[in-house]
Write a protein that binds this ligand. Structure first.
Ligand code: TRP
Length: 448
C-alpha cells in the first residue's frame, strides 16, 4: 500500500542550510521509501503573490530546482514539476473558488495578519491586500486536491492551509460527488523530530533574520559564514558548554553519533572556538561538497533542467488531465454530445447496465473486464492468482472511494494502493479517452 505525499516549495529565495535540514533532506529521504509516492513541486504561482520581481522569480525557480536534483531527488521515482506547467491547477482553483466560503478565507492567518497591521496603522483594512494573497489557500487546496495527496508535510505556519484544503475538498465532495468521494481529504504531517536549525546568531535560521548559512555558496562563502557564528567569550583551554552552544547544534545536524560524541568531549575539554569552527566547516564541506559540484553543473545547463521539469510536468498531467475532465463533468461542464442522454433520462439506465464480467485466463489466472452500457470494454484487470483477490479489487472499485485513474497515450489505467490493477484498451483519440473515463466514473459511481 503506497501513500501519496505532496508538498510545494515557494520559489522566492535561495535555499539555505536550514531549508536543507528542515525540509529538503527529509523530503528526499521520504521519496526513496518504496511505500511513498511523492509529488514535489515548485510553487511558482504562489511566489507571484509575494514577489513582483520577475528576475528574482526566475532565478529562484532555477536555483531551487537545481538544489533538489543536486541533493539526490530521483525524478524517476518522485514526480517533480513546476506548478505553472500544470494548467489544470489554476482551472481546478477556479472550481474550488466557487465553493470556498469567503468567511473561511477571512480567517486565514496570513490575510488576518495583513488586516491587523493595516488597522493598527489606521489604514483601510484591506490596504495592499491582493486577491492573490486573499485566495492563497484556495490555490494551495488545488495543488493538493489535484493529485489526491494523502499526506502533506509542511511547516507549522501552513497547518491551517492544509485544513482549509480539507474543508474545501469536503464541501466539493458533498456538492458534486453524488455520495462518492471525488477528492481524498489530505492530512497534514509535521515532522516533530526534524531539526529547526539555529542561524548564525542562535535564533531560528531564516532569511528574514539574515542569519543563514548558504547551502551551495562557494567554499569561501561557507567558511566566512561559519566564522560569523556567534559564540561565548570563553578562551582556548576553558571548558565549553556544548549543549548550550548553537555551533554544536549545527554540528549535530550533520554528524554521526561518534563524531558528535567526540566533538562534545573536545569542547568540554577546552577546544578553542576557532578550531571548533574549522571542524564544523570541514564537516559541512564533506557533507555538501559533492552536491555543490552537481549543483553548479546543473545551473550551468538550464536547458537540461528545463527538460527534466517538463518531463515531470508531463508525468503529473497524466493524472491531472483526466481527473480534471471528471471534475468538469461533475460540476456540469459537459460535452453537449452527452446532453441527449441526460435529457431523455436514459443516463441512469445506461449506467446501471455497465457490468463486470469475471473470467479465467488461459493460464488459469483470474481476471475481470468492465463493460460499459453498450458492451464496449472499459477495463481489463491484471491477472490474479485466485478468485478472492480478483473479487477484492473488483469490490474496491465499486466501493465509492476516490478513483486513481491515469491516462497514458491513448489509454488509461486504474490504480489502487500504488498498483496498476486494470487497464483500458487503446482509443482512437484523446477525446475518446476522456469520454471513456467519464463512462468509467459513471459506471462506478454508487447508484442513487
Ligand atoms: N504555501 C506553502 C509554503 O509557503 C507552499 C505550498 C504551496 C504548498 N502549495 C502547497 C505546500 C501545497 C504544501 C502543499 O510553504
Amino acid at each position: 500500500m503506497t501513500t501519496r505525499i505532496l508538498t510545494g516549495i515557494t520559489t522566492t529565495g535561495t535555499p539555505h542550510l536550514g531549508n536543507y535540514a528542515g525540509a529538503i533532506r527529509p523530503a528526499i529521504a521520504a521519496s526513496r521509501d518504496p511505500q511513498m509516492d511523492s509529488f514535489y513541486f515548485l510553487a511558482d504561482y504562489h511566489a507571484l503573490i509575494k514577489c513582483d520581481d520577475p528576475a528574482r522569480i526566475q532565478r529562484s525557480r532555477l536555483e531551487i530546482a537545481a538544489t533538489w536534483l543536486a541533493l539526490g531527488l530521483d525524478t524517476d521515482k518522485a514526480t517533480f514539476y513546476r506548478q505553472s506547467d500544470i494548467p489544470e491547477i489554476p482551472e481546478l482553483c477556479w472550481l474550488l473558488t466557487c465553493v470556498a466560503g469567503k468567511g473561511l478565507l477571512n480567517r486565514a492567518h496570513a490575510y488576518k495578519a495583513s488586516v491587523d497591521k493595516n488597522v493598527e496603522a489606521g489604514e483601510d483594512p484591506d490596504a495592499g491586500v491582493t486577491m492573490g494573497l486573499f485566495s492563497y489557500p484556495v490555490l494551495m487546496a488545488a495543488d493538493i486536491l489535484m493529485f489526491n495527496a494523502q499526506k502533506v508535510p509542511v511547516g507549522r505556519d501552513q497547518i491551517q492551509h492544509v485544513e482549509m484544503a480539507r474543508d474545501i475538498g469536503q464541501r466539493f465532495n458533498h456538492l458534486f460527488g453524488k455520495g462518492k468521494d471525488l477528492f481524498v481529504l489530505p492530512e497534514v504531517v509535521i515532522e516533530e523530530e526534524v531539526a529547526t536549525l539555529p542561524g548564525l546568531d542562535g535564533r531560528k535560521m531564516s532569511k528574514s533574520y539574515d542569519n543563514t548559512i548558504p547551502l551551495f555558496g562557494s567554499a569561501k562563502q561557507l567558511k566566512d559564514a561559519v566564522a560569523r557564528i556567534v559564540t561565548d567569550s570563553r578562551l582556548p583551554g576553558e571548558p565549553k558548554d556544548a549543549e548550550g552552544s548553537h555551533l554544536f547544534t549545527l554540528y549535530q545536524a550533520f554528524a554521526s553519533q561518534s563524531q558528535q560524541a567526540e566533538f562534545r568531549a573536545d569542547l568540554e575539554g577546552g577546544l578553542a572556538w576557532g578550531e571548533a569552527k574549522n571542524r564544523l566547516y570541514q564537516l559541512l564541506e564533506d557533507t555538501l561538497g559533492e552536491a555543490r559540484e552537481r549543483y553548479n553543473a546543473l545551473i550551468a545547463k538550464p536547458a537540461d533542467l528545463e527538460d527534466i521539469l517538463l518531463a515531470g510536468a508531463a508525468k503529473a498531467r497524466r493524472i491531472a488531465t483526466p481527473f480534471l475532465g471528471e471534475l468538469r463533468e461533475a460540476v456540469g461542464l459537459r460535452s453537449f454530445r452527452e446532453q441527449v442522454q441526460v435529457a431523455t433520462g436514459e443516463k441512469k439506465k445506461a449506467s446501471k447496465s455497465a457490468r463486470f464480467v469475471s473470467f479465467r485466463d488461459d493460464d488459469g489466472s483470474f481476471r475481470f473486464r468492465l463493460l460499459d452500457a453498450d458492451g464496449e470494454q472499459l477495463l481489463l484487470s491484471k491477472s490474479f492468482a485466485d478468485g478472492k483477490s480478483a473479487g477484492m479489487v473488483n469490490k474496491r472499485l465499486q466501493s465509492g472511494e476516490a478513483l486513481d485513474v491515469r491516462a497514458e497515450g491513448l489509454a488509461f489505467s486504474v490504480w489502487i494502493d500504488g498498483e496498476n490493477v486494470a487497464s483500458s484498451p487503446e482509443f482512437a483519440d484523446g477525446q475518446a479517452v476522456e469520454a471513456a473515463i467519464a463512462r468509467l466514473r459513471e459506471a462506478l459511481a454508487p447508484q442513487e
